[in-house]
Design a protein around this ligand. Structure first.
Ligand SMILES: CC(C)(COP(=O)(O)OP(=O)(O)OC[C@H]1O[C@@H](n2cnc3c(N)ncnc32)[C@H](O)[C@@H]1OP(=O)(O)O)[C@@H](O)C(=O)NCCC(=O)NCCS
Length: 179
């Protein structure tokens, strides 16, 4: 493992932790006054990118956003708080976890409303992937997320390979050789 004491290049998860709070205004909501899912995904992408920037200290792009469950609606006037951190860094990519809470400003009630994992890739000014430093998990929760990130990466790679093979099979059916 990359210990920041023995590998000064390794970064702690805490050094990537990022947070943002937004008040939900009419422009953010649907006709029922609930936060639009796409708007929430935008906030998730932004908060995730902040953690990736803090880890890589270079340009980053979103390569993937995993499945998101919208657990509860968020209402007009609620305060939405998002927290992110880098779970694990690979060669040029970083898995970032984002968790979202909504606060009812009248009652003070706070509920967890969504969570997501995203993959950001560090790039140079020409858009080419560049190497990032490893992450050193320091708490049991950080270690659990670090280990989970490897399993999720393997799952994403298998899913990408499956989709690529299905696309090639469809293309072969549409354009059989010699036709
Ligand atoms: C992300 C991007 C830089 C990857 O470039 P690439 O030429 O495919 O690079 P590589 O195949 O060498 O992969 C680089 C890294 O990206 C990761 N990656 C690429 N596609 C991915 C995907 N769909 N999901 C997760 N990770 C992905 C690879 O696993 C690799 O990680 P590693 O270096 O840690 O092993 C490129 O696809 C891109 O610029 N995409 C558009 C990004 C963008 O515009 N995002 C905004 C969304 S609208």
């Amino acid at each position: 493992m990359n210990d920041p004491h023995t590998n000064p290049a390794a970064r702690t998860v805490a050094s990537t932790q990022s947070e943002m709070t937004e008040i939900i205004l009419p422009n953010d909501t649907n006709t029922l006054g609930n936060l639009l899912g796409g708007r929430l995904m935008h906030f998730i992408d932004l908060t995730g990118a902040m953690a990736a920037y803090r880890h890589s200290r270079t340009h980053v792009v979103t390569a993937a956003m995993d499945h998101i469950d919208f657990i509860r609606p968020v209402h007009l006037g609620d305060l939405v708080t998002l927290k992110s951190c880098v779970n694990r860094a690979f060669s040029s990519s970083m898995e970032v976890g984002v968790k979202v809470w909504a606060e009812n400003t009248r009652t003070g009630e706070i509920c967890h409303v969504a969570s997501a994992y995203l993959v950001f890739v560090a790039i140079d000014e020409h858009g080419q992937p560049v190497h990032v430093q490893p992450v050193e998990p320091q708490t049991p929760d950080e270690l659990r997320r670090y280990e989970g990130a490897l399993r999720r990466r393997e799952h994403r790679e298998a899913e990408n390979a499956r989709r690529k093979a299905a696309k090639q099979a469809t293309a072969a059916l549409k354009h059989p050789e010699g036709s």
